[in-house]
Write a protein that binds this ligand. Structure first.
Ligand code: SF4
Length: 298
């Protein structure tokens, strides 16, 4: 039988909503660590999100960019995919998380109470893989999650502002991984013309909602021109900025080298320089994840 693009992803732990769709759930490393009583994700530290109660998922495997620093493989991106209706994804979320975590029940450190809580997730991070705005029913899906009481984090590359404008997550993330169009095209490799301009449109939506800009800092690639980043941040109105060091993980290792992964000190120093160019101040940091959280002050 011919192997499908999803098959290697299943071996990596992706739990697909239906056999024919590419909507999927996969617990992140921090979810498992927290379940065992260990450390939590920096989102716990910054925003109070309990990692063992957070579902990491995606409604699509497709993307509008091919970022060099992306963990995923571009080979597994389907040319076409079957979409699941929002209510079906929602109804399957807890069951898929349960299936993915069931093997951890007897593991040392997993208390019955924490395990029970993990099977009753309260947060959904739409961030596993791909660009979620390519899912045609994303706004409806986010509203459904909200109506069921989930805290939602939506992470987008910002190339489809017309979809983001209709989404109302608890917190909207837009990635800004370049201070200028030239760096953006080299590092994020957008598939369509006009992506940089559309990203700017998305940034301008951020002042109207709870939002964060994510800068993935890749040493030697995009850790320059803080004044240009500063101007883009200032114009956005986003409440938070997360400057996060690129991690040499997954399929990105076939495109970048270990030396492109900045130390936490480099990430911190870059964030300090950004303070000089925009009304954001460092609010918190997490060394293990090499991330600094900044908040708007004016
Ligand atoms: S936008 Fe995100 S999912 Fe798409 S290629 Fe870049 S890092 Fe990967």
């Amino acid at each position: 039988m011919r192997s499908r693009p999803c098959d290697p992803l299943k071996r990596q732990g992706y739990q697909f909503v239906t056999p024919g769709s590419s909507a999927a759930v996969k617990p992140c490393l921090w979810c498992v660590k927290a379940l065992k009583g260990g450390e939590q994700c920096y989102k716990h530290q910054f925003y109070g999100i309990e990692s063992h109660r957070c579902v990491q998922m995606t409604p699509t495997l497709r993307c509008t960019q091919r970022c060099l620093f992306c963990w995923r493989s571009f080979e597994h991106e389907p040319a076409e995919e079957g979409e699941c209706p929002p209510h079906l994804i929602l109804d399957r979320l807890a069951a898929l998380q349960k299936r993915a975590l069931s093997g951890y029940k007897p593991v040392a450190g997993v208390t019955p109470e924490r395990f029970r809580e993990a099977l009753d997730p309260r947060h959904v991070a739409i961030s596993l893989s791909g660009e979620p705005t390519l899912y045609s029913r994303l706004p409806e899906f986010v509203d459904l999650l909200d109506a069921r009481g989930f805290t939602t984090f939506l992470v987008s590359n910002g190339t489809r502002p017309e979809v983001l404008a209709r989404c109302r997550p608890f917190q909207l993330y837009v990635s800004l991984s370049a201070p200028d169009e030239e760096t953006y095209c080299r590092l994020c490799r957008p598939k369509e013309e006009g992506s940089w301009e559309r990203l700017q449109e998305s940034l301008h939506l951020l002042g109207t909602r709870r939002s964060a800009i994510r800068i993935t800092l890749v040493q030697g690639w995009n850790d320059h021109s803080p004044e240009r980043y500063g101007a883009l941040l200032q114009g956005s109105g986003a409440r938070f900025v997360e400057v996060k060091g690129y991690m040499y993980l997954g399929y990105s290792r076939t495109r970048l080298q270990r030396e492109h992964m900045p130390e936490h000190g480099h990430v911190r120093a870059f964030a300090e320089t950004l303070q000089e160019h925009a009304d954001y101040r460092i609010r918190d940091e997490n060394r293990a994840s090499r991330v600094v959280c900044m908040e708007r002050v004016a």
